[in-house]
Unconditional design. Structure first.
Length: 228
């Protein structure tokens, strides 16, 4: 009876995993993800409109578009920092199975809708009535789901250490997990804030992005291990 080899990193076949096939490394996952993130972050600029002025100064209509600028900067920072953290995760994730690929795909599904929610905020943030609050709540709700997606993308390999790179201290990584995943709770709270004050909610999104701009994965090395 023959068995199908399981691949680990770029080295070669290792013992067969009872949980199924593990892909050789994560280069294709990272390349595909980088491409999707690059498209999403580029599409954001389409909401920056050139005002058409026949008489008078162009400054007033430019300044009237401040919600679009604010939404653009917030979303650009968010996607850019998500790319940074995605990279950090895959420094520590050395192998991928089908479930991890699916979790990553769901996360990308959410990220590519950021230009849509950004357009909503740019268009309706300062509108009177309920529309601005609804637009901001949709933006915050989407961020909440993306936070869950990132938590799942890191939580899954923590429960399947065979996917982690050699040298990752699994115990330390699990202790650090709440600091990484806390964004989901904050974004959930921002859904409520969106109905109280949409502009404040948008500003708080920037604060969350700044929080994640710093390393939230303080993973040490096991004795004799290494992270390449």
């Amino acid at each position: 009876m023959t068995t199908e080899p399981t691949w680990s990193g770029s080295a070669g076949p290792t013992a067969v995993s009872p949980a199924g096939r593990v892909a050789p490394g994560t280069a294709r996952v990272e390349a595909f993800s980088d491409g999707v993130l690059a498209v999403a972050i580029t599409l954001l600029v389409l909401d920056l409109k050139v005002p058409h002025v026949e008489h008078g100064s162009v400054w007033p209509p430019l300044l009237d578009q401040w919600p679009g600028y604010a939404a653009y900067v917030t979303s650009f920072l968010s996607i850019g920092i998500m790319w940074m953290n995605h990279h950090s995760l895959f420094v520590m994730i050395a192998r991928a199975d089908r479930k991890l690929l699916f979790v990553n795909l769901l996360l990308l599904l959410l990220i590519v809708t950021v230009p849509f929610s950004t357009s909503l905020v740019a268009e309706y943030l300062t509108h009177p009535g309920f529309n601005g609050k609804i637009a901001m709540a949709i933006y915050s709700g989407q961020s909440f789901l993306m936070g869950l997606g990132f938590a799942a993308l890191w939580g899954y390999p923590l429960t399947h250490p065979r996917l982690l790179a050699d040298g990752v201290d699994v115990a330390a990584a699990r202790r650090a997990f709440p600091r990484f995943a806390i964004g989901s709770a904050v974004y959930g709270a921002l859904v409520a804030v969106s109905f109280l004050n949409p502009a404040v909610a948008l500003a708080l999104h920037v604060s969350v992005a700044v929080y994640y701009a710093f390393e939230r994965l303080p993973v040490g090395q096991r004795a004799g291990g290494h992270l390449g």
